[in-house]
Write a protein that binds this ligand. Structure first.
Ligand code: BG6
Length: 475
């Protein structure tokens, strides 16, 4: 028996983007409107604002017709048309994988059709073939904040069980078409990110729910069921494909040395993170979650046969995004507090590289399933100078995290890939801005989509290229 020395030789180095934040082309080739296509960037927008929280039906329908406001996702970085040149740059860095998502309404414009939109599928044929041609493994997310708006407005999104069937219609079309080309499938992006995800992921509308919290967990239950059904379908049709669940890691340490805060942190890490992976990886609702529901008058309808499906069809791998950590206390329950010991980004996200090693160990100890790091990175404001874009702050952030991943591998954790977030600048999910940049590749577009769209290599491009070329020996 030996200690692992470093990254395995077939490690999937790469990056992750999402369709709604990159593709643009929101209304071409038969595409319908997604929930994020109606997120406007307000004129008076300030960096403190967060977009993406719920809206009323009237607001959403008015946004679809709006010709004046600026809707960043409608434009993205025009990846729909530039993917070949963008992939070529990723290949130049040595990418072994790229994670992106299927834009649901490109394939089912309203979500409830019985036949898919062939034009939308053709785009993914081209994208996936190009990745395969370049030797870049496609890691595809089925749903990354791209629910057809129609399903949110007319059906109540995931709170309606019919959404399970709509998701399965999408999944079957995609799995049948691509299972020989796509090995890794992530079923729902950041399934645990409630609050912000109520609208973006679950499709819940303001004013449409009498019991918001129960409906939210009802929606999550339907996402669990849909994930299990997708696993069942995939495992039967092509067992070589790997199905993954994904959390948006909300790691919190105890806010003080008191046993009460330590226990509060344990409970918050359970309900905010492990609840979702416990159900999807172990196949059962854990007792702490059932108790949490009872203590908080949360009512979720679960049929015996649904629980059976969840039990029998668990995932093959775990994935999570990791950006920062925080503190949990007995006063604040599930809310993460800031950690006074950690530095913050311009947007207040705190840097804690050790936390990624902590989380990797925690998931590995709990499930003994392979882990894919689906996102990690630093959103920062970059300056284009005459002699280049010197993003040493980004290199430092990434270096610290990659070093901690290496430590986790030495701890014995089975990590098979690392997809840093936004390898090419894209629209920010929570802020809607372009100026919150994560990329190794700069895109010349401002917050309102003005600019040449030209791609430029930042210093971090060469740094990551070296990391990949040496398989993590030179970090
Ligand atoms: C994750 C999301 O939460 O964080 C991405 O899955 C998102 O869609 C990323 O872009 C970074 O967040 P933001 O708000 O800085 O873009």
């Amino acid at each position: 028996m030996k200690v692992n020395k470093g990254f395995p030789k077939d490690f999937l180095w790469g990056g992750a983007i999402a369709a709604n934040q990159s593709e643009g082309a929101w209304d071409v080739d038969g595409k319908g409107v997604s929930v994020m296509d109606v997120e406007v960037l307000p004129e008076e927008y300030s960096r403190q604002g967060v977009l993406g929280y719920s809206h009323t039906k009237e607001e959403l329908l008015a946004a679809v017709e709006d010709k004046v406001g600026y809707y960043p996702r409608r434009v993205g970085i025009d990846f729909y048309h530039t993917y070949k040149e963008d992939l070529a740059l990723m290949k130049e860095m040595g990418f072994k994988c790229l994670r992106t998502s299927f834009n649901w309404p490109r394939i089912f414009p309203n979500g409830d059709e019985s036949e898919p939109n062939e034009e939308g599928l053709k785009f993914y044929d081209g994208l996936i073939d190009e990745m395969v041609r370049l030797g870049i493994e496609p890691v595809m997310t089925m749903s990354h904040y791209e629910m057809p708006l129609h399903l949110a407005v007319e059906y109540g999104g995931w709170t309606n069980k019919k959404c399970v069937d709509f998701y399965m219609n999408l999944f079957k079309v995609l799995f049948d078409r691509y299972h020989t080309k796509i090995k890794y499938w992530i079923l729902i992006n950041q399934i645990n990110m409630l609050g912000w995800g109520d609208f973006a992921s679950l499709g819940m509308l303001e004013g449409a729910h009498d019991d918001w919290v129960s409906d939210r967990y009802q929606g999550v239950h339907h996402q669990f069921l849909a994930s299990a059904k997708a696993c069942a379908y995939a495992h039967k049709k092509d067992a070589s494909c790997q199905m993954g669940m994904m959390n948006g890691e909300m790691l919190g340490y105890p806010a003080s040395t008191s046993p009460e805060d330590a226990f509060a942190a344990l409970q918050a890490n359970q309900m905010n993170n492990f609840f979702f992976s416990d159900v999807l990886a172990r196949g059962e609702y854990p007792g702490y979650a059932l108790r949490y529901f009872e203590d908080n008058n949360i009512n979720v309808k679960m049929e015996e046969e649904e629980l059976e499906t969840i039990k029998n069809n668990t995932v093959d791998f775990i994935s999570f995004s990791y950006y920062s950590s925080g503190l949990y206390s007995k006063e604040n329950k599930l809310e993460l507090d800031k950690n006074p010991l950690l530095p913050s980004s311009v947007w207040g996200w705190q840097t804690d590289a050790l936390g990624i090693r902590y989380s990797l160990n925690a998931y590995w100890d709990r499930y003994r399933l392979p882990i894919f790091i689906a996102e990690n990175g630093l959103g920062a404001i970059d300056e284009v100078k005459e002699d280049g874009i010197h993003d040493d702050y980004r290199i430092n952030y990434l270096r610290e995290h990659v070093l901690e991943i290496k430590e986790a591998i030495k701890d014995g954790v089975n990590v098979f890939g690392y997809a840093s977030w936004g390898p090419i600048d894209i629209v920010s999910a929570s802020q809607g801005e372009m100026s919150k940049r994560y990329g190794y590749i700069y895109v010349d577009l401002d917050d309102r989509g003005q600019g040449s769209g030209k791609r430029m290599k930042k210093d971090s491009f060469y740094w990551y290229q070296k990391v990949i070329n040496t398989n993590g020996e030179t970090i």
